[in-house]
Design a protein. Structure first.
Length: 329
């Protein structure tokens, strides 16, 4: 595992294909060192495709990992190259590792054999139970002016339509006045909908309840989530979603939509959080209300259950499975 701030390609067993010399070096390594296993990760470009092509020509087993691909836009040449890459991937990859059931379904719809696909999710660190002290959490709540005794709701991601933050603001507005006064909501992130979301908040008279924060570092975002009472994942669609995973890792329950892969696969309604119907601000408001009206014991039990869920998906679990797959050919 590498540090968040480590420069890409700084480690000898990683290759960052930012120039042709790096790509050529890797190409030669793949051709003449066939005993190694190659794991391709993420998004393709020309040199990346050439290395994959070299594996395919030599029938050298390789693994490929990706989250949900975006639909290609642009020229017919780009679409042709994308189609060719997927054909090589479909016929040559030992196993295609994808993030979440939504992505499994996406690849199956494009002719990938189910037995070659593996739901291989994102894994996140599990901090020690006492890593976030009461003092540290209190400082985070004070920074965002959370009154003593109020519920602290946190959400965050790219501020785009599919992430559903407008639904979250609408959902808060549907709560009773007493419930709204008992909570504060922090939305962390940047994106094209930021100004519109702020206008929506003002128009609803929620500027004292909802505040916005720009992007935070990974550690700072984790600290803020650890200080929260609940994390909200309101997406209309999200292939998976890291915020839900971080929340569970620090023992914070999740309110999330059934359009988010991480919610569908990790949240058990009323056990470690609540699930609502995607796209429905009314259903989201009911979940917010259920959390506010729950007893202290119920909320604490959900937090403990969230942490227990995260422990079943520790990074060591992913490492063992990845090693099994790499050594299975």
């Amino acid at each position: 595992m590498y540090g968040w701030a480590d420069e890409l390609g700084a480690h000898p067993d990683t290759r960052y294909l930012d120039d042709w010399s790096s790509a050529w070096s890797l190409f030669i390594s793949v051709i003449f060192s066939r005993q190694q296993r190659v794991l391709f990760i993420g998004y393709t470009e020309t040199s990346y495709r050439l290395v994959m092509l070299a594996c395919w020509i030599q029938r050298q087993p390789f693994l490929y990992w990706t989250d949900h691909p975006q639909e290609i836009v642009g020229s017919s040449v780009r679409r042709f190259l994308r189609a060719g890459s997927y054909w090589i991937l479909r016929t040559g990859a030992q196993r295609v590792l994808v993030v979440g059931r939504h992505t499994v379904e996406w690849f199956q719809a494009r002719g990938f054999p189910p037995e070659r696909l593996e739901d291989f999710p994102i894994f996140v660190n599990l901090p020690a139970y006492d890593h976030y002290s009461a003092e540290l959490c209190a400082a985070a709540r004070q920074k965002y002016r959370v009154p003593t005794g109020a519920f602290f709701f946190v959400s965050g991601s790219r501020l785009i339509h599919e992430k559903g933050f407008d639904l979250l603001i609408d959902g808060v507005g549907r709560l009773s006045k007493k419930q709204r006064q008992s909570m504060r909501l922090l939305i962390v992130g940047e994106g094209p909908e930021r100004a519109g979301l702020e206008r929506q908040t003002l128009a609803a008279g929620l500027e004292e309840i909802i505040c916005f924060e720009k992007w935070l570092s990974a550690s700072d975002f984790e600290t803020v989530i650890a200080a929260a009472d609940v994390f909200v994942h309101p997406s209309r669609f999200d292939a998976f979603g890291g915020g839900t995973l971080v929340a569970m890792a620090v023992g914070v329950p999740v309110i999330g939509s059934d359009g988010a892969g991480a919610v569908v696969e990790r949240v058990e309604d009323s056990t470690n959080g609540y699930i609502f119907r995607k796209g429905s601000a009314e259903a989201l408001a009911r979940c917010l209300s259920r959390f506010i009206d729950a007893t202290d014991a119920q909320r604490k039990a959900m937090g403990l259950a969230a942490r227990a869920t995260a422990e079943r998906w520790a990074p060591e679990v992913g490492a063992r499975r990845l090693h099994q797959l790499a050594c299975s050919s």
